[in-house]
Design a binder for this molecule. Structure first.
Ligand code: PMP
Length: 413
């Protein structure tokens, strides 16, 4: 097997997992691993969360796949209706796909289709420095250029990038966005709200998000929010855009949409984007599909997840995780071996000081190996260590995670 984001020449030590349960993974050789990154940011309520497992079991025996062109089913309809209730007000249509990257491709195609069918020449996409939106070609094109995609550069389309709103330099970002919107008349601006994930868990405040939306609005530029990582409680609210009181024109959700049990994604949009495609003319059809669009079993898992989010208890849980995370990260602010100790909602991140900071920092694989030895699933982004636990994590689990981080720093210092 060829594993994702894995350099087989360097790391050939793989753990075989036989069972997942809450915040824990159990290995074939009897170890219990704490999943401190929610298995690539997808697991929200915990592994094998009973209501989600039950929903999957029930649906699997009833209808487990159906073409979604010309056909529909209860699970998809209920997910769409519930999503439109929970998402920021003003979003009207739900398009299903099966991965975060696919939902970004859909968002880009919706944006360009909208302008094309409105007979306006707007094709350029504006992005934020250090962004990551997925690994398909369109999603890579709107992501940061770097080691992840250097080999595929000839395939990537050109975009305009505005600087990341680093603390104290937010105005530079806003001015760059305003100038680009004025001068280039772009089709859309795509951004990860509040936290840039794979770019290094870079955090920026809600007022900047709000201002970016306002700038797009006055310039008639579509505002696309990629909430693939930030959605489902990670930033402290169900969706990050809520904190800025912003309704994107197009938004992508995936990862935790099924509680992390099955692959599913959605792209939500405003009515006028759908309506620009609505016609008796078949050439205006939205030409996007994948075989498993709105797979009923994945939709059943999503429906069970959405029911959990309608329960105030789930939101309280994320709030208490955020408080526990703050308490756990606090001592690291005074630890000279770390910098940029930060938290937004349930996510914490800190940079282990290194001369070669960045994704390829030498300490990255060393840290990861030390964590593995302690049965902690942590996967630093270079010298950036972050903790993004499922919401069933306990204070004792967090103690174990942060003790592991402290001991790894001791071992490397
Ligand atoms: N956008 C963001 C912000 C992400 O974090 C990710 C995945 N880490 C993606 C898009 C791509 O999602 P997927 O891996 O499901 O294709």
């Amino acid at each position: 097997m060829w594993h994702p984001f894995t350099q087989h020449g360097l790391e050939d030590r793989k753990s075989k997992i036989v069972r997942g349960d809450g915040a824990y993974l159990h290995t074939a050789d009897g170890r219990r691993i704490i999943d401190a990154i929610s298995s690539w940011w997808v697991v929200t309520h915990g592994h094998c969360h009973p209501p989600i497992v039950r929903a999957i079991q029930e649906q699997a025996g009833k209808l487990n796949q159906i073409i979604f062109a010309g056909y529909t089913h209860d699970a998809a309809e209920e997910v769409a209706a519930r999503l439109l209730r929970l998402a920021p007000r003003g979003l009207d249509y739900v398009f299903f796909s099966d991965s975060g990257s696919a939902s970004v491709e859909v968002a880009l195609k919706m944006a360009l289709g909208y302008w094309h069918h409105s007979s306006k020449q707007r094709t350029r996409i504006v992005v934020m420095q250090h962004s990551y939106h997925g690994d398909t070609v369109g999603a890579m094109s709107v992501g940061a250029r770097g080691v992840f995609n250097a080999a595929y550069r000839p395939l990537l389309f050109d975009v305009t990038s505005i600087p990341f709103p680093a603390k104290g330099r937010e105005r530079e970002t806003l001015n760059a966005l305003a100038a680009t919107c004025q001068n280039e008349r772009p089709a859309a601006f795509i951004v990860e709200p509040l936290i840039l994930g794979a770019g290094g868990m870079l955090m920026y405040p809600a007022w900047v998000l709000r201002e970016m939306k306002r700038i797009c609005e006055v310039s008639d530029v579509l505002f696309v929010a990629d909430e693939i990582m930030t959605g489902w409680g990670r930033t402290g609210t169900l969706f990050a855009c809520e904190q800025a009181n912003v309704t994107p024109d197009i938004v992508c959700y995936s990862k935790g949409i099924t509680g992390g049990a099955l692959p599913l994604a959605v792209t939500l949009c405003r009515a006028d984007i759908f309506e620009a495609h609505y016609s008796t003319d078949r050439t205006r059809t939205f030409f996007h599909s994948s075989s498993y669009t709105a797979n009923p079993v994945a939709c059943a898992a999503a429906k069970a997840n959405l029911e959990l989010w309608e329960d105030p208890e789930t939101r309280c849980r994320t709030m208490s995780i955020a408080a526990m995370q703050e308490q756990a990260i606090e001592p690291f602010r005074a630890d000279a071996r770390f910098e940029n100790v930060r938290r937004t909602g349930t996510i914490t991140a800190l940079d282990f000081k290194a001369n070669d900071a960045g994704y390829l920092a030498d300490v990255g694989p060393k840290l990861q190996s030390l964590f593995k030895d302690r049965n902690l699933l942590l996967r630093p982004l270079g010298n950036t260590i972050y903790v993004m636990p499922p919401y069933c994590v306990t204070a004792a689990d967090l103690d174990e995670i942060y003790a592991g981080i402290r001991d790894a720093a001791d071992a490397l210092s």
